[in-house]
Write a protein that binds this ligand. Structure first.
Ligand SMILES: Nc1ncnc2c1ncn2[C@@H]1O[C@H](COP(=O)(O)OP(=O)(O)OP(=O)(O)O)[C@@H](O)[C@H]1O
Length: 843
């Protein structure tokens, strides 16, 4: 049979095959494979022996051997099946071919196929479909070895003939090996292209299971998938913890009756008498979460709600209700706020709600000596504790003391120094149920006030949380949290606690409920983590646009989609281009007199205002062509670019105050020095308003700020010039306007400044003077908010203010600056290096 095959085998002519010179590496591989397939020097093994020897080939040989074996049988079959006398030269002699390299594959794609005679190919009926493809396209010339055999192979050939008895068989073995490998690698590469997942299973289009191909590191490197456009895609994951990523979102429009929140009738009456008719959104959401109702949340709360939305009442009401049930006075509620003014404000609300409950409300702020505060905050209890008393006696009464003991002196000493009677010990305790404190003074008490502790604390409120967490204030967070943790240990229960804990009774206290609030709540998880919150929940009170996020259909809304800053919906914002800043006081005056109408009462002012309005109306008409010379370069067209508005357009406070038509203004400067000079300059420029101007600044004594605030409440002061100290939480009743004389330093500062007006549903108006140099920053950070951090109900309106008609005032302005300069030099010569009065202009 082998002889018949050999007789039919006719080597291909040069015309049939195009040869190329194999590379050195391919030559080496070929030699290696040859030696793996057949060992010509050994006698032919018996089938059994051969099988055994096949069973233990080296891993590299195994694969080749299998293929070899399979092909042998295929060739044998094909030879058997081929009709006698029919000749085919479709087979390529094995010793004249080469294994496929990656180079070869590349060449396969690039080069023209070798032309083969299809009739000859047809002669082999057992050639598989893949073989058909290869052979029809031709074997690439670099796959076919040069017709000259290597020396070694020529030497080996006779031996093989001797051993196997058939040269054709050797040739067929080699051919099969190469063809089989080529076939598999071709099929596999096709499959990888079409469906890489299919490689491990059946190849598409063939039902043949693919054996793993030994590619010897020559397989194509895996390529990355083509990048798809993901501009619209949002990550489906969040780096935030679930409680922060999925807040409870409530629309700011929500209103509920206080009676429906479980507030008792006595308190309802008090609230009603003070104008609290119904609960605002933050109150109607937070109170049920904090009180034992079906919505009760057993954990801490973080609350983000706009300025003036009523956050104070949202925590004071439930805290008072929860603490009301207890009898002994202990420090159980602690409210931390950043400024003294806020301490007083929170105290007022607490005292209002605690009226008639017997709860004691105290404050701790740095305006009095700590000793005085200790006297009012602390009390000394005489507690019967013979054991401790005996220990104390042993410490106090040493032998030498007894020799000098005088009973009369002892009794009088007890009276004066509050020394306990025998068997009793003195124990110092905070003498308030609720303490409202600034963080710095709170730390002072924890560190230095004997007996001051937070062991009994049940409520901890942190208002203006982002500010308190941003500034260290003597590391107050760590000090307070450590004090709370100490208070949870069984040691605080004294000897009884130790005794019971020895018997396995859990003696640790409950975590105090923590309520954290801000209008600009931080998403900084590390800062929030420092508060050691337990089972926290984030509540966001948003503008009506965020209502859709609260919709169950939008339940996948994440904190990334929710702006945590919402401006009051009743706030109207304006920006005023203020040129290069050299005439900023004049712009301020113009806004105060013309747009806000701060001085409608005096005849002088009315006359001035009438003349200004007259001249402004002409400017109004021409504002579009010339006013932009004053404007900041980046105030875009999307912002309303209008002429000057009349005072009546935005001046309609929605309060029921009898002084409804009086404008009340808070002007922000960037420093205390600038505030006091601006106040003086305004008085010089416009003496009629001098008596109405007050300041709230850091450098002044707190009594001065207090005086300003009380004068404001009495209606005597209607213009307050302040620093950012007044920007946080200050609730100035019926404040109609905020003016940023100096631009705020950040969006957060802006939000808190303008949030002093438009509170509790009242209308309010904010004005910002923007110089050329500040325009770009202001537009990008405050007006446009490209980050989408802020929700505002309307666009900021740009108002172009003209100074052309203020020639008289300009003359006064020069004289006023000179006078201020002299005053400043005189006043401050001895105190500090003086800045000129003109420094106020740009500051
Ligand atoms: N339910 C209510 N009805 C009427 N007025 C209310 C109600 N709740 C609060 N107010 C009033 O709204 C004003 C603002 O309240 P509050 O100071 O608590 O706001 P806030 O959210 O804490 O503001 P900020 O973030 O600026 O501190 C106060 O004058 C308060 O008396």
């Amino acid at each position: 049979m082998a002889g018949a095959f050999f007789a039919r085998f006719i080597p291909p002519t040069k015309k049939d095959l195009r040869f190329s010179k194999p590379s050195e590496a391919l030559q080496k591989r070929k030699r290696g494979l040859d030696s793996q397939v057949t060992d010509a020097s050994t006698p032919p093994p018996s089938p059994k022996k051969q099988k055994k020897s096949e069973g233990v080939p080296s891993s590299g040989n195994k694969e080749v051997y299998k293929k070899d074996k399979r092909f042998r049988s295929a060739v044998d079959d094909s030879v058997q099946k081929a009709p006698d006398g029919e000749k085919t030269n479709a087979s390529t002699p094995a010793d004249e071919t080469e294994t496929i390299s990656s180079e070869g594959k590349k060449d396969l794609a690039k080069r023209q196929p070798v032309k083969c005679d299809p009739r000859k190919i047809e002669a082999s009926p057992d050639i598989t479909k893949t073989e058909d493809i290869i052979l029809q396209n031709g074997i690439p010339d670099n796959l076919v070895q040069n017709g000259k055999s290597s020396k070694r192979e020529r030497k080996q050939r006779p031996k093989r003939l001797e051993v196997n008895g058939s040269d054709a068989e050797i040739a067929s073995v080699k051919h099969s090996k190469i063809l089989s490998r080529f076939k598999k690698s071709t099929v596999e590469s096709k499959v990888i292209q079409n469906d890489p997942l299919d490689v491990a299973g059946n190849v598409k289009g063939t039902n043949e299971a693919i054996e793993p191909v030994v590619a010897h590191g020559l397989e194509p490197l895996p390529q990355p998938l083509l990048a798809t456009s993901d501009s619209d895609e949002k990550p489906s994951y969040s780096s935030l913890p679930p409680w922060l990523a999925k807040p409870l979102i409530i629309s700011a429009d929500r209103r509920v009756k206080f009676a429906d929140l479980g507030i008792d009738t006595k308190l309802l009456k008090i609230l009603d008498d003070h104008g609290y008719k119904e609960a605002f959104a933050v109150q109607s959401t937070v109170i049920p979460l904090l009180l034992p109702t079906p919505s009760y949340h057993p954990g801490d709360l973080c609350i983000s709600a706009a300025t003036g939305s009523g956050k104070t009442l949202s925590y004071v009401l439930p805290m008072i209700k929860a603490l009301d049930t207890s009898t002994a006075t202990r420090l159980r509620g602690l409210i931390v706020v950043p400024t003294r003014e806020l301490v007083k404000q929170a105290r007022e609300t607490c005292e209002l709600c605690a009226a008639g409950t017997g709860l004691r409300v105290g404050t701790a702020l740095g305006n009095v000596a700590i000793r005085d505060e200790q006297r009012t905050l602390m009390r000394v209890d005489s507690v019967y504790d013979p054991q401790s008393s005996a220990e104390q006696q042993q410490n106090y009464m040493k032998a030498e003391h007894w020799t000098q003991f005088n009973l009369h002196d002892y009794v009088s000493e007890i009276k004066g120094l509050n020394v306990p009677l025998p068997g009793y010990v003195s124990r110092r305790e905070p003498n308030v149920d609720i303490l409202i404190s600034t963080p710095g003074r709170l730390v002072d008490h924890i560190r230095f006030t004997k007996g001051f502790n937070l062991h009994h604390l049940q409520w901890l409120v942190i208002d203006e949380a982002d500010r308190l967490l941003n500034e260290s204030f003597q590391e107050w967070v760590d000090v307070v949290m450590n004090s709370l943790d100490t208070g949870r240990s069984f040691d605080v229960f004294g000897a009884t606690g130790k005794f019971l804990s020895n018997f396995g009774v859990s003696m640790s206290r409950k975590h105090p409920r923590k309520v954290v609030l801000s209008a600009t709540m931080t998403k900084d998880i590390s800062k929030l983590n420092s508060l050691r919150l337990v089972n926290p929940k984030l509540v966001v009170i948003g503008a009506s646009e965020t209502e859709k996020l609260a919709d169950p259909q939008h339940s996948t809304a994440k904190i990334e989609d929710v702006a945590l800053i919402t401006l009051p919906p009743t706030l109207k914002e304006h920006s005023v281009p203020a040129g290069d800043g050299s005439e900023k006081p004049l712009y301020l005056l113009r806004v105060l007199l013309h747009h806000i109408g701060v001085d409608p009462s005096t005849k002088n002012a009315l006359r001035r205002r009438a003349s200004l309005q007259k001249s402004d109306s002409s400017h109004h008409a021409s504002s579009s062509d010339s006013s932009d010379s004053l404007s900041s370069p980046s105030l875009s067209d999307s912002e309303s670019s209008s002429g000057e508005s009349t005072p009546s357009s935005d001046y309609k406070p929605a309060t029921s105050s009898p002084n409804e038509n009086i404008a009340r203004v808070l002007v922000f400067t960037r420093s205390s020095e600038a505030a006091s000079r601006l106040s003086r300059l305004l008085s010089l420029l416009c003496p009629s308003i001098a008596s109405k101007v007050g300041t709230i600044i850091k450098s002044s004594k707190s009594s001065a700020s207090r005086k300003t605030l009380s004068s404001y409440r009495q209606g005597k002061v209607t213009i307050i010039i302040a620093t950012d100290r007044a920007s946080r939480g200050l609730d100035l009743p019926s404040l109609t306007h905020v003016i940023n004389y100096d631009v705020p330093t950040s969006l957060t500062v802006y939000v808190h400044r303008v949030g002093r007006t438009a509170r509790a549903g009242s209308k309010g108006s904010a004005w910002t003077l923007v110089t050329h140099g500040e325009g770009k920053w202001f537009s990008a950070t405050i007006t446009k908010d490209s980050d989408g951090k802020i929700v505002r109900s309307g666009a900021m309106e740009r108002v172009n203010v003209k100074l052309d008609s203020m020639k008289d005032i300009k003359k006064e302005y020069g004289a006023a600056l000179d006078r201020l300069e002299i005053e400043v030099k005189t006043d401050f010569r001895s105190k500090r290096p003086s800045r000129t009065g003109r420094a106020i202009v740009g500051s």
